[in-house]
Design a protein. Structure first.
Length: 598
């Protein structure tokens, strides 16, 4: 690991801490109340040994005249015991109330952070998801957010309590007996140095654990999604070894973190026992010499027993705090990710959308870094009139699907302009653009839920009647009506229990239910089984009726009815015309057509 990276691991960013504390701002009143309760609880906790010490000196070892009754001394002990019980009840009430308040506050903050993070992820552009593994995003939304729960629920209050307790112990011990207090503090520098050393190595170890966990989650997300391919190519053994290596890395990192804690705690406990022995030896001689009372020695023994506990807790809390800050840095890095596409401050409106699309000398590259961008589209110009059906054909990589992505403004172009109803789409609100476009893709994604929720996408504006009408219109109702629960039938992840044709029909119903003005078909008829092929062809015809339609297809037989066909080659439009006109040109389209006939 590089030196600069090590330094970054050891020193949590103060900016990150400030951003974390901002989430406490709206809960300041609750925090102040909790700190006040902690002050009371700490005072009561510190007073307990003093109460018992005073009882020892006054009622047990004190000098009494022969006429003084034993009953009076016993009554004094009972009064001290009763006061001790009251103190314990006060401690319970303060600690319990403070704990409940902070736990509720912590959960509220974590809920807010998770909502904010997911909302931000939804706002990011497709390029971000092209480059970022899903497992890493899931880790940020789950593990990293949950790592901050301890900070808001307990950490800040416990830090405050331990600091106040340490200062209180030191002040009281010095006020009781300076000499014995100094004996008690002999090992404090050793414990402090050990704490600093432990904090550094523990934070570094925890950072490694977080990194290994992210790697493992990323690996799991990718390979569980691709399990069919793994089994198809009999790669189970290879993938198991890869998982074993990553799991082993996480195990070793976790074991190292555990060993650091396992070494630090016994050493701290051993030093606390040594300090206790020193206090007993020095205190006993002072008691025998009459310099201090037995009750004072008892107070010192109780204090020194608990003096090293807050130091140990502080070390562990600082490490946990650093670990939480490390998770926060990852979260804030994601929150600071800027969308590559943003809506204009004052967007224009073209409602209702008619569906006229113009590409005017468009140049586009997914990767436009450097002096020579990797152009996917090169000087592309065409116009699609409202209600027109236009198809794009060409070899893989020619730029067909990129045109579809640009129409919905999932990416921004580098040169030229794209206009919708005469207005540059960069001057429009993306929500308005995408609401007007219905896209049916080759790979249909269905969510876990039921048939109805996958058609409506939980849009309450779509009524039950409109949903069922859309399903009937595209022939999806033909198989839905045969299901035991019809529209309430459970859909598994990605719709694995449905055939490819059924999933495609559901995607048609979903598109029609949202009533788009522009229809985009991206290889929408590629995955068709024989049983539903005729249904799907009918569904496509009904979907296209009265809508501006843009199609991409490899099977040229499915787009022969298009009003115009544009032939793409290496990012440029090489040919344009109807099916018959293109065949007469004896060019690229005819070659593609003849290849498919063969």
């Amino acid at each position: 690991m590089k030196l600069a990276e090590k330094k970054r691991l050891r020193q949590p960013s103060m900016g990150t801490m400030r951003r974390l504390l901002r989430y406490m701002k709206k809960h300041t009143g609750v925090l102040v109340l909790c700190l006040f309760l902690v002050l009371i609880a700490t005072f009561l906790d510190l007073y307990r040994p003093i109460l018992i010490g005073d009882a020892i000196d006054e009622f047990i070892t004190g000098d009494y005249s022969p006429g003084e009754a034993v009953d009076e001394r016993f009554a004094g002990v009972l009064r001290s015991a009763a006061l001790y019980v009251v103190i314990l009840v006060g401690l319970f009430v303060c600690n319990r109330f403070q704990y409940l308040l902070m736990q509720k506050t912590g959960q509220d903050i974590i809920y807010q952070m998770r909502q904010e993070l997911f909302e931000h992820v939804e706002s990011l552009t497709m390029r971000f998801f092209d480059l970022t593994p899903v497992g890493k995003i899931v880790t940020r939304l789950t593990n990293d957010v949950e790592a901050l729960n301890e900070v808001f629920s307990n950490m800040l209050v416990r830090l405050f309590r331990n600091i106040v307790k340490l200062l209180g112990l030191a002040v009281i011990m010095l006020s009781l007996n300076v000499r014995l207090a100094l004996f008690s503090f002999i090992l404090v520098p050793v414990v402090a140095a050990l704490t600093v050393f432990f904090r550094i190595i523990a934070h570094s170890a925890y950072q490694v654990v977080r990194t290994r966990l992210t790697d493992l989650n990323t690996y799991l997300s990718e390979h569980l999604s691709g399990m069919k391919i793994i089994q198809l190519f009999a790669q189970e053994t290879t993938k198991f070894r890869e998982f074993e290596d990553k799991n082993d890395d996480l195990y070793k990192a976790g074991f190292k973190e555990m060993m650091i804690n396992a070494i630090f705690r016994p050493i701290t406990y051993f030093l606390s026992v040594v300090a206790l022995v020193i206090v007993i030896l020095a205190g006993s001689s002072s008691v025998l010499a009459g310099a201090i009372s037995l009750g004072t020695l008892y107070v010192f023994i109780q204090y020194i027993s608990s003096f090293f506990e807050p130091i140990q807790e502080l070390a562990e809390q600082l490490t946990t705090l650093q670990s939480a800050v490390a998770s926060a840095e990852k979260i804030f890095t994601l929150l600071d990710e800027k969308p590559l596409i943003s809506d204009p401050e004052h967007p224009q409106s073209i409602a209702p959308v008619r569906g006229r699309i113009e590409f005017d000398h468009v140049w586009f590259a997914y990767n436009d870094q450097g002096d020579t961008p990797e152009w996917v589209l090169k000087d592309v110009s065409f116009t699609i009139e409202p209600g027109q059906k236009v198809a794009f054909v060409g070899a893989t990589g020619a730029g067909k699907s990129s045109i579809l992505n640009l129409i919905g403004r999932y990416y921004d172009i580098q040169k030229g302009s794209i206009r919708l109803d005469g207005v540059d789409i960069r001057e429009l609100d993306r929500t308005e653009i995408r609401r007007a476009i219905g896209q049916v893709q080759q790979d249909v994604f269905l969510f876990t839920g039921d048939i109805a929720s996958n058609i409506r996408l939980r849009d309450d504006d779509i009524s039950e009647e409109a949903m069922e009408e859309a399903a009937k219109e595209v022939n999806a109702a033909r198989f839905i009506d045969r299901l035991p629960l019809r529209y309430a039938e459970h859909v598994t992840e990605r719709g694995s229990t449905l055939s490819a044709g059924q999933r495609q029909l559901l995607s048609f119903a979903r598109t029609l239910a949202h009533q788009p003005t522009i229809l985009v078909l991206d290889e929408a008829t590629a995955n068709i089984d024989t049983e539903t092929e005729e249904w799907i062809q009918e569904a496509v015809e009904r979907l296209m009726h009265g809508r501006t339609t843009i199609m991409v297809a490899h099977r040229l037989s499915t787009i022969q009815h298009a009003d115009r066909i544009l032939v793409m080659h290496h990012g440029r439009i090489r040919e344009e015309g109807t099916h018959q006109e293109l065949l007469k040109m004896n060019g690229l389209y005819k070659k593609l057509y003849e290849l498919q006939l063969q």
